[in-house]
Structures are given as C-alpha cells and as structure tokens.
Design a protein around this ligand. Structure first.
Ligand code: SAH
Ligand code: SF4
Length: 399
C-alpha cells in the first residue's frame, strides 16, 4: 500500500499518525533511508508516534536532525481536525472529527467518536466507515448513502485524538472537566468498541490493519480482549475476524426468528440466523471467559415480548454469550419506538434468570447528545448511532 491515501495532493504532507509499520517503512524508502537502518528507524518512529504520542518530529531526540528535517518536509504527525467537543455532565465526551480530504474535491468526511469513562476504565467507540451500505430499518446510519470506507490510519487516528485530548500519553494532562479514570496502571482509553458508523466486516482489511497498530506492544499496546468488533452478521468474514484480529465479537441479533430479522436487518436474507449462530459457535477463541455479546435493540411491540425473551435464551443455548439489551434510540422519521421501561425490565428479568448478567444499564451522556442538533448536518445523521454507543459500550468491550 502506498501512503498516498494520507494526502489528497502530492504537495500535501503525508500523514504518519495512524500509519502501519509497512507504511512508515515505505515513507523511509521514499526518503532514501538505506535498508540497513530502516528497521531501526521504523522502531524509533513507532515508539515516538504510538508510545509517546509525539506530534512533532523535532521531539524525537534519538533520531539525527537531518532525517528529522527530511521527515518534517514531506510528512506530518497532525491528527484529523476536531470540529467540536462536547462533555456530558457524567463525563461522556463526544468529538466530531473531520478526516482530511481523501481526494481532490473531497470535503473531508466527518465522523463522531464517543468516549465513556468509568472509574477504572474508559471505552472509546470508533467508526469503520462513513455511512453504511446495509439498511437496518431501525438504524439512522443505514439511511445515509455510503460515503466511503475509512482507512486503517483514519481508524487509528480516532484513538490518537482521544488519547491526546484525555492526556493519555506520557506527560499528558487530563482535562479538568469531567471524569477521566486515573491511577496506577489505569489508562484513560482502555477499551475500544467498533460500534460507531459502518459495518466493520465490510472493511475488514482496514479494521485488521488498525487493530494490529492498536495492539502492538511497542506502541498503543491495547489488549485484544479489550477490543470488541460489532457486526450485523457478515457470516463469511467472521472466521477471518477471529483468526486475524483475535478480538472480542459482538453480533447484532435483534430478533429470534428469520421473518422478523429479515425486516430489521435485511442482511439476514443472505445470512439467516442459523448460519449466523453457527459462525458464532465456530468463532475462534470464544469461551466462557471470552463470551460473544449479542446485541438486542428493544423495539416497542416488535420484538419485546416475554415469549421472545425466552426464545432468545433458547436460541443462544450452548454459545458462550453475553446479552446486551439496547433501548432503541429514535431518530426523526424512524418507524419504531423504544419499548416501555417495564417491558424492558420484564424482558431483562427473563434473560437474567437464565444466567446472563444484568444486561441493561443507565444510558450515559444523553445531555450532550440532546445538543447534537446544533451540529452540522453530517453529524446530525450520527445522532442515533452515538446514543447507541453510549448505552452499549457500558456492557461490552469489558474484561
Ligand atoms: N454495523 C455494525 C456496527 C455498528 S452498529 C452492527 O450493526 O453491528 C452498532 C449497534 O447499534 C448495532 O447493534 C446496531 O444494531 C445498533 N443500532 C443501530 N441503530 C440503533 C438505534 N437507533 N437504537 C439502538 N441501537 C441501534
Ligand atoms: Fe449498518 Fe450496523 Fe446500522 Fe445496520 S445497524 S445499517 S449494519 S451501521
């Protein structure tokens, strides 16, 4: 892969914040760094970019000045722009991030990234695509045309932006407004969930490359067990996700029979419930210690009866599972309503009595999401998704 996707024009500096090792090596080849020193230079750059969080080449004290100057002439460690930052009363943060133009004439895609702090961990919800080609009938993102896949660098950059802002790199200072977990061995960003915009398994190569950067022990060093990838059920890619990424899996189930799931998640017509659950049984590394999360959005009068709760429990029998009940987040023109609280409670009790830990949590960050309408239209489209992430990331992506 050439680093060309880091810049819209040849004259623009190429972005190295988010780059894979191969992309950094390519940049060094282009600068004429001799082969015998290349691996060492890649390691040095890697350490500075991902372990230290360097934003300027000049900070890299163990690299000779002439090379730093040449790097700075053609490359940048700049992050994508943060257009807005909102902090909820409960410490939840939401950033609207504008990616640099992917090509000439591109205005730069905007995505939202949400951070949910708890006392001993912090979960970041990232996007894998701008928009989504699938059309789940309850999902606002599904109503947007796909703009494009994000690159691996753009996925990683969401984590860099969060760590910058949270003071999560060595020497960084945590913001004083809102909770940021701290203490011996506690990282502000400890967990990642791919539950933002897009279907990660339709952009699996970039997701895989991003996960390799995120989990590299010499850099960001996140645990694969603390990264969860959510899919609407792209059955043929699930094995590859497990084998190549080794992350935790979340599956958007939402229905217990095919005729309803066909309506809610149209991809079900291609990959119905039975093969989907078989792919879960076959998911590499799934065990009682590494359970698969099943997401179930609570839609009033659609999928929320006690009989369906019992059917859900029956369906998942024998699969090491967690169940995540998500209150539906309505959006303008959405054809559904959220189930009543009593209905959700009744449903969750049946699930709980079947041995699954308390699956519904208090929503977080509602106050800042309520203010979303003030943002640009591009981000308004993400409102449903962003709300959802808040609910979800409380119960998944955790050790
Ligand atoms: N495309 C992937 C990952 C992103 S969606 C997937 O579908 O799994 C993350 C989760 O949000 C999914 O479980 C999805 O079904 C759910 N979701 C989408 N819109 C929602 C809404 N309006 N209310 C509640 N959950 C929603
Ligand atoms: Fe796409 Fe997931 Fe939304 Fe379905 S729920 S439209 S797969 S983002």
């Amino acid at each position: 892969m050439t680093p060309a996707h880091f810049a819209a024009e040849d004259s623009a500096p190429q972005r190295l914040a988010g780059a894979t090792r191969a992309e950094i090596a390519r940049a060094l080849v282009d600068l004429g760094v001799p082969e015998r020193e290349r691996n060492m230079r890649v390691s040095q750059l890697w350490h500075w970019i991902y372990h230290r969080g360097a934003r300027e080449f000049s900070a890299m004290r163990n690299i000779a000045r002439p090379l730093l100057d040449r790097l700075a002439e053609r490359h940048t460690l700049a992050r994508p722009d943060v257009v807005t930052e909102q902090v909820s009363a409960d410490g939840t943060r939401k950033w609207l991030i504008r990616m640099p133009p992917a090509h000439i004439g591109d205005k730069g895609a905007e995505i939202e990234c949400v951070y949910i702090p708890e006392s001993d961990r912090g979960t970041l919800c990232v996007s894998s695509q701008v928009g989504c080609t699938l059309n789940c009938s309850f999902c606002h993102t599904g109503t947007m045309p796909l703009v494009r896949n994000l690159t691996a660098a753009e996925i990683v950059a969401q984590v860099l932006v969060a760590r910058d802002r949270l003071g999560d790199f060595p020497g960084g200072v945590a913001p004083s407004d809102g909770l940021v977990p701290s203490g011996e061995g506690v990282r502000a960003v400890s967990n990642i969930v791919f539950m933002g915009m897009g279907e990660p398994l339709y952009n699996l190569t970039a997701v895989r490359d991003a996960i390799a950067v995120l989990t590299d022990g010499d850099g960001l060093s996140l645990s694969r067990r603390r990264i969860t990838v959510s899919t609407s059920g792209v059955v043929p890619e699930m094995q590859r996700l497990g084998a190549e990424c080794g992350t935790m899996l979340a599956v958007s189930l939402h229905a217990t029979n095919n005729s309803l799931r066909d309506r809610l998640v149209p991809l079900n017509r291609r990959y119905p419930i039975e093969p989907l659950l078989q792919a879960c049984r076959d998911y590499p590394g799934a065990s009682n210690a590494r359970r698969i999360t099943f997401e179930y959005v609570m839609l009033k009068g659609i999928n929320d009866t006690p009989a369906e709760a019992r059917a859900l429990v029956r369906l998942l029998k024998g699969i090491p599972a967690k169940i995540n009940l998500i209150p539906f987040n309505p959006w303008p023109g959405s054809p559904y309503q959220c189930s009543d609280w009593e209905t959700i409670e009744r449903f969750s009790e049946i699930v709980f009595n079947a041995g699954y830990a308390s699956p519904v949590r208090t929503p977080r960050g509602r106050d800042i999401l309520a203010a979303c309408g003030q943002l640009k239209s591009e981000s308004e489209k993400l409102r449903a998704r962003a709300r959802l992430m808040l609910e979800e990331s409380l119960v998944v992506g955790q050790d």
